[in-house]
Design a protein around this ligand. Structure first.
Ligand code: FNR
Length: 415
C-alpha cells in the first residue's frame, strides 16, 4: 500500500487509472463498439447494473481508533488452500473482445498476472483459450474452473474431467445463465456473443464436443447454410473470418449454440454432478436464501452470491442487497463468495462485513487488461487490495476474519 503511494509521490504515473470510473472510461475508449457493448453492458435498461453499485452507497464503515494495526493480513483460506487475499478473478468469457490482439493477447496475460499475484483465476467455460493452455501458464498458481452445464452429458462430463486434470481447486457451476439475458447493446449491434467463434475454444478443444460437431458436419446442411444469403454481405464475410481466426467452423458454432445450455436443470441434477467429481462444487448466481439452502442440501460446497454483473435480469435485486439473507441461510456451513458491483477495496470490505468470505472481481480487471495487458490486470487488483488493506487499518481490523457487521454503521451500537 505504501508502495502505491510512494510511486505516486515520486511522479510515476499509475499503470492504469486508479479511479474506477476513469478506468472504465479509458477502457471503453480503447475497445471496439462490440467489445464495449458486450463487456460494459448489462441486461435491459441496465438498472441492475447500476443498482449493484448503488447498493454499496447505503452501507458505511465506522472508523476505529487506537487499535494496534501494525501487523495486518489479508490471507484467506478457501477449500483448504491459503490465498493471499479474499479475492478471485471472476470468470469472464470471450475475453478477446477486450483487447485488440485477439485470444493470444487475452487469457495468457490474465494468467500471468494472476500467477504474479497468487490470486486465483476462475477459468471460464467461455474462454477463448483452451483451459489446458491457461493451466500451463498458471504453473502452481491456484485456478478454479467455471462450468456452464452443457445440454450434452458427454461435453459436461468432459469439461469436469479436464478441470480436474488441469489442477482446478474447485468447480464453479454457474446456474443463472441457462438462457442469455436480454442485452439491448449487443442486439443493436446485431451481435450474438459466441456466434462468430469468440469464447468457444473450450468447446472446439474438447474431444466430446469434436465428436458431436463431426457427426453434424456429415449430416444435412446446417441452418446457417440454409439461410446464408446468395451474395454474402460484408458482415457475413467478417464473421467467417473471425471464426477462421478462432479455428472454428460454422458447424462448430452451431453445435455450440445447440449444446451450450440446459434449461431442464433442477436441484436433483446437482446431486448427479456431485457424484461425478471430488472437486468442491461452488454454485454461482444465488440471490435467494432458499436457493442457497437447496444448493447445500444437494451437495454444493460453496455459494457465489451474484447476479452476473447485472447481465441477466434487469430490475433484479442488487447483489449486495441479496447477500445478508443468503449468508444467514448458509450460516457458516460453507464459504459464501460475492460478486456484482465490486469496484474498490472499500466495497470488498463492505461485502465481507455483510457476510461474504471472499469476493470475485469482474469488469475492473478486464478494463485493466484492455489498457495495459498483464500489467494492467495486476495494477487493478493491487489497487483494490491496497485500499482494502488501508480500510482495514482505519477500521481497526487486523485480519479478514475480524471483519463483520460491527464495522458498519447501524450495527455499531455498544452491546
Ligand atoms: C461475465 N460473467 C461470467 N460469469 C460466468 O460464470 N461465466 C462467464 O463466462 C462469464 N462471462 C462474463 C463476461 C463478461 C464480459 C462479464 C462482464 C461478466 C460474470 C462474472 O463472472 C461476474 O459475475 C460479474 O462480472 C461480476 O460483476 P462485476 O464485478 O462485473 O460488476
Amino acid at each position: 500500500q505504501s508502495a502505491v503511494y510512494r510511486s505516486g509521490v515520486y511522479g510515476h504515473r499509475p499503470v492504469v487509472p486508479v479511479h474506477p470510473d476513469a478506468l472504465e472510461d479509458a477502457a471503453r475508449r480503447r475497445m471496439t463498439a462490440r467489445g464495449w457493448a458486450y463487456i460494459g453492458g448489462g441486461a435491459g435498461l441496465e438498472r441492475t447494473l447500476a443498482a449493484n453499485r448503488e447498493a454499496f452507497t447505503r452501507h458505511r464503515v465506522v472508523p476505529r481508533l487506537m487499535v494496534d494495526v501494525a501487523e495486518r493480513s489479508l490471507t484467506t483460506t478457501l477449500f483448504g488452500r491459503e490465498l493471499p487475499a479474499p479475492l478471485l478473478l471472476a470468470p469472464v468469457g470471450a475475453l478477446e473482445l477486450a483487447v485488440r490482439g485477439g485470444p493470444a493477447a487475452a487469457e495468457p496475460a490474465v494468467a500471468r498476472a494472476a500467477r504474479e499475484l497468487g490470486v486465483p483465476v476462475v477459468i471460464s467455460s467461455q474462454s477463448s483459450t483452451a483451459l489446458e493452455t491457461t493451466a500451463t501458464t498458471l504453473g502452481d498458481s491456484p485456478r478454479w474452473f467455471q462450468l456452464y452445464w452443457s445440454k450434452d452429458d458427454d461435453v459436461a462430463a468432459s469439461f469436469v474431467q479436464r478441470a480436474e486434470a488441469a489442477g482446478a481447486d474447485a468447480l464453479v457451476v454457474t446456474l443463472d445463465t441457462h438462457v442469455l439475458g436480454w442485452r439491448p447493446r449487443d442486439l443493436d449491434l446485431a451481435y450474438l456473443p459466441f456466434a462468430r467463434g469468440e469464447g468457444i475454444a473450450q468447446y472446439t478443444s474438447d474431444p466430446a464436443f469434436r465428436r458431436l460437431a463431426a457427426a453434424r458436419a456429415g449430416g444435412p446442411a446446417s441452418t446457417v447454410d440454409d439461410v446464408a444469403p446468395q451474395r454474402p454481405t460484408l458482415a457475413a464475410v467478417r464473421a467467417l473470418l473471425t471464426m477462421r481466426r478462432h479455428g472454428a467452423t460454422r458447424t462448430d458454432v452451431e453445435t455450440f449454440l445447440d449444446v451450450f445450455s440446459r434449461t431442464t436443470l433442477t436441484w436433483a441434477d446437482l446431486r448427479h454432478l456431485r457424484e461425478t467429481t471430488t472437486l468442491p462444487i461452488v454454485v454461482k448466481g444465488v440471490q435467494h436464501p432458499d436457493d442457497a439452502r437447496r444448493a447445500l442440501d444437494h451437495g454444493a460446497d460453496g455459494i457465489v452470491v451474484s447476479n452476473h454483473g447485472g447481465r441477466q435480469i434487469d430490475n433484479a435485486v442488487a447483489s449486495l442487497d441479496a447477500l445478508p439473507a443468503v449468508a444467514a441461510a448458509v450460516d457458516g456451513r460453507a464459504p459464501v463468495l460475492f460478486d456484482s458491483g465490486i469496484r474498490t477495496g472499500a466495497d470488498v470490505f463492505v461485502a465481507l462485513a455483510l457476510g461474504a468470505d471472499a469476493v470475485l472481481l469482474g469488469r475492473p480487471w478486464v478494463y485493466g487488461l484492455t489498457l495495459a495487458g498483464q500489467a494492467g490486470v495486476r495494477a487493478v487488483v493491487e489497487n483494490v487490495l491496497a485500499e482494502l488493506d488501508l480500510t482495514m487499518a482505519l477500521a481497526g481490523v487486523r485480519s479478514v476474519a475480524e471483519i463483520g457487521p460491527a464495522n458498519l454503521h447501524g450495527h455499531d451500537r455498544p452491546v
